[in-house]
Design a protein around this ligand. Structure first.
Ligand code: NAD
Length: 353
């Protein structure tokens, strides 16, 4: 398996280095024969090449079996004409990574705020309110006059159909429940279509229980009793916001793994940002990116029917669980280790697995 590794900005290089140590250990232990190709992205690429994402990285990404994208300082990248492209948007759009899978679960050893839970947010990843990717050309945000802005949201039936299928297929392998999160009381047409296609998909999965909840009420439900949820399927922005909440409820944003998957390509990417407030201090939690690569190895194993990749993926997830329980972690979740040391400890745990 060839992986394109893009370390990114802020804490990106630190958590990516820790993740690479874990990938190398998994490759050795499970004979995955991983080939890791590292390229600059974000500010480093802007400095060296005049753009945050060089066009040839798209060719490299298409040729690779998967991508590992560290967080980038997307808020800094405002002007595409000056080479300031949002790398996350670039790969999600160009590789049609339509499904963003964001599991959130509690861990023994991390104080939980709301009791133990284990759920997955399945977020549509290509349209909705995301003005930088929901148009073929131009932007979905328009400044009509200096004081009037319009932000357009795109919802398409094909995108609803394919994200709904991902959610139901995932629920089949889990606890057989899908919750549709929407705002169809206000966005009657777009979210109405989203619910309709999720309900249509449900007909092919009669064993799976389905309900739907309005997004604002969902915030209360998920804080009150996250145990009632298994797979939660939703549109782009609701999923983005909800999955930060569920990651934090699970103990830390630094525990939120995330996979961006399409029909042909997939990209592991931590759910959090580049955390400039803690960059360069060797304190960032690398588990979010490490759990994301576990999702990527699992995706590759299932797609290519190679058992070793699925085994490596679950071994990484189990090693994270054991490391958390033993407090072999960074300080944000109760440990005393630095980012580098957390990655090294996890790598040696995997070698012993
Ligand atoms: P952030 O997610 O970077 O940080 C929010 C808070 O969580 C901060 O206090 C940070 O220190 C903490 N945190 C984040 N990751 C952590 C980790 N691994 N370990 C421990 N603590 C962690 O959000 P922000 O500060 O609003 O954004 C910073 C930059 O990241 C902005 O430019 C933003 O646009 C960008 N961003 C990028 C992505 C991405 O690349 N996928 C996602 C979100 C934000």
């Amino acid at each position: 398996m060839q992986l394109l590794i893009l370390p990114g900005d802020g804490i990106g290089p630190e958590i990516t280095a820790a993740t690479v140590a874990v990938l190398r250990a998994a490759s050795e232990r499970f004979r995955l024969n991983l080939e890791l190709i590292e390229e600059a992205i974000g500010h480093e690429s802007l400095r060296r090449f005049g753009t945050t994402v060089r066009p040839q990285l798209l060719t490299a990404a298409r040729e690779a079996d998967g991508l590992v994208l560290g967080p980038t300082a997307t808020f800094d990248f405002k002007d595409e004409a000056r080479g300031e492209i949002n790398p996350s948007m670039f790969f999600r759009k160009k590789l049609d990574l339509f499904a963003n899978i964001r599991p959130a679960r509690t861990y023994p050893g991390v104080p939980d705020r709301v009791g133990p839970f284990d759920l997955v947010v399945v977020r549509e990843n290509t349209e909705g309110f995301y003005a930088d990717r929901n148009m073929e050309a131009g932007s979905g945000e328009i400044l009509v006059t200096r004081d009037v802005a319009i932000s357009l949201r795109r919802i398409t039936r094909p995108a609803c159909i394919r994200i709904a299928r991902v959610a139901f297929e995932l629920a089949e392998r889990r606890r057989q429940k899908v919750t549709i999160v929407h705002k169809a009381n206000v966005l009657k047409i777009g979210d109405g279509m989203f619910i309709e296609e999720c309900r249509n998909a449900a007909r092919d999965f009669p064993a799976i229980a389905v309900d739907d909840i309005i997004v604002d009420a969902m915030m209360a439900h998920v804080v009150r009793a996250p145990q009632r949820f298994d797979v939660v399927v939703t549109t782009n922005m609701y999923g983005d916001i909800l999955s930060d909440l569920t990651a934090e409820l699970s103990g830390s944003l630094g525990l939120g793994g995330s996979l961006n998957a399409g029909a042909e390509h997939a990209m592991a990417q931590a759910a959090h940002g580049s955390a400039p407030d803690i960059a360069g201090k060797n304190v960032a939690n690398p588990f979010s990116l490490i759990l994301s690569v576990s999702l990527l190895l699992d995706w590759h194993g299932r797609r290519r029917r190679i058992r070793a990749f699925e085994s490596a993926a679950s071994a990484i997830a189990q090693a994270v669980e054991a490391a958390v329980a033993a407090h072999e972690t960074t300080r944000d979740i109760g440990g005393k280790l630095g980012t580098r040391e957390t990655g090294a400890a996890l790598a040696s745990r995997l070698e012993r697995a």
